[in-house]
Write a protein that binds this ligand. Structure first.
Ligand SMILES: NC(=O)c1ccc[n+]([C@@H]2O[C@H](COP(=O)([O-])OP(=O)(O)OC[C@H]3O[C@@H](n4cnc5c(N)ncnc54)[C@H](OP(=O)(O)O)[C@@H]3O)[C@@H](O)[C@H]2O)c1
Length: 341
């Protein structure tokens, strides 16, 4: 499998590290050759015979450059790489952009699919803004567009519904999909302030330097739109999601809820009401024996409601980069193994 990476940050480096573990290949039914790595500020490198991934990872770590030994930076832009290079699968791991409506990632993915190349991505932007267009193109070209790690860091939600719930219709879902805000709410229950909670989440490497994408609810709104589009065939984007973040929540409100046997949780929800799909992200009080109340720290959960089953809940316990990277690997396996749908 000839792989082109666009975006080579934390997730891509962890994915690449796993791909260098050659003893995994027979288990994965996958022999990867990475022919290009392209980024925004670090430029790109390409080698039609395959890059030495270990050297690329070492160069980045030791010298902050993709270039190893006597190679040179490619003159191609990431989009040109997707349009021109000879690869089988684009692994798209560039940064999420809500203000740019999922661009330029959607264009990279579109360029690959247009050429009949499968795509694996952990980027929720294209799923939240352009899912139906990209999926239609993938189907027309007979290739796959997979994104298991885009929401809930690789926990098998999209795959579960696609492979195991084919006969049922998803009527709705609710869940905790943002680790940073869940951590801050838990932190305030224990008497800490909002600002301290943000700082602790940043120290743990979960919250960004600018935490407002999480605390204002944009990241969970993008995840809600992505789940609604794929699981419920909705056609919404993050701007269609009723959204209220956690910045107005105080430690007193959290502690008061606790005293009444409740917990405050930022709940992402989508529901079919009178034939229309309504989606929201807002703080809700949940009973202490509700499964959502059990999600502490950076955990996540989704409760899926369908017409033919009682609700199923998937809980993810403190995911990290390994989970996200494994979701990417699992998607690559789905592409290499033709028996997997
Ligand atoms: N981190 C997680 O645990 C996690 C979990 C689930 C999903 N995701 C998603 O996975 C993706 C990657 O996350 P990450 O944590 O690896 O991000 P990251 O560490 O910030 O790395 C992002 C990479 O994308 C490149 N990039 C940024 N803008 C680009 C553009 N316009 N064109 C081409 N490349 C661009 C960056 O280039 P430079 O290296 O030059 O800056 C960098 O290599 C994101 O979409 C994120 O939302 C992440």
């Amino acid at each position: 499998m000839r792989i082109l990476f666009i975006g080579f940050g934390n997730v891509a480096k962890e994915t690449a590290r796993i791909l260098t573990e050659k003893e995994l290949y027979p288990k994965l039914d996958l022999v990867p050759t990475v022919i290009g790595v392209f980024t925004q500020r670090h430029g790109g490198v390409e080698n039609t015979n395959g890059l030495d991934l270990r050297s690329v990872l070492r160069s980045l770590k030791e010298k902050n450059t993709l270039v190893c030994e006597d190679e040179q930076l490619s003159s191609l832009t990431p989009l040109e790489a997707a349009q021109i290079l000879d690869y089988d699968v684009l692994v798209e791991l560039s940064a999420l952009s809500i203000s740019e409506h999922g661009e330029p990632a959607s264009s990279y993915i579109h360029a690959a699919l247009e050429r009949g190349k499968s795509v694996v991505s952990a980027n929720k932007g294209p799923v939240a803004f352009n899912y139906h267009k990209l999926k239609k193109l993938a189907d027309e070209k007979g290739v796959k567009y997979l994104f298991e790690s885009a929401v809930m860091d690789g926990a098998p939600v999209f795959n579960l519904v696609r492979r195991c719930m084919k006969g049922s219709t998803i009527k709705g879902f609710s869940g905790i999909l943002n680790g940073t805000t869940n951590y801050i709410l838990s932190y305030m229950e224990n008497g800490g302030t909002f600002e301290e909670g943000v700082k602790q989440a940043q120290l743990a490497g979960i919250a960004e330097a600018d935490p407002t994408m999480d605390t204002d609810g944009w990241d969970p709104a993008a995840k809600t739109a992505a789940f609604a589009n794929v699981l419920m065939d909705a056609d919404i984007n993050p701007f269609d999601v009723e959204r209220k973040g956690i910045s107005q929540i105080t430690p007193e409100m959290c502690k008061d809820a606790l005293k009444r046997g409740k917990r405050l949780k930022l709940i992402c929800r989508a529901q079919t009401i009178d034939g229309k799909i309504k989606a929201s992200v807002k703080v809700e009080e949940v009973d202490k024996d509700d499964v959502m109340a059990l999600i502490s720290h950076f955990g996540a959960a989704i409760r899926i409601e369908s017409d033919l089953m009682h609700p199923n809940t998937i809980i993810q316990d403190r995911p990290d980069l390994l989970d996200t990277a494994y979701g990417v690997i699992e998607d690559l396996i789905s592409i290499s193994d033709k028996s997997v749908c």
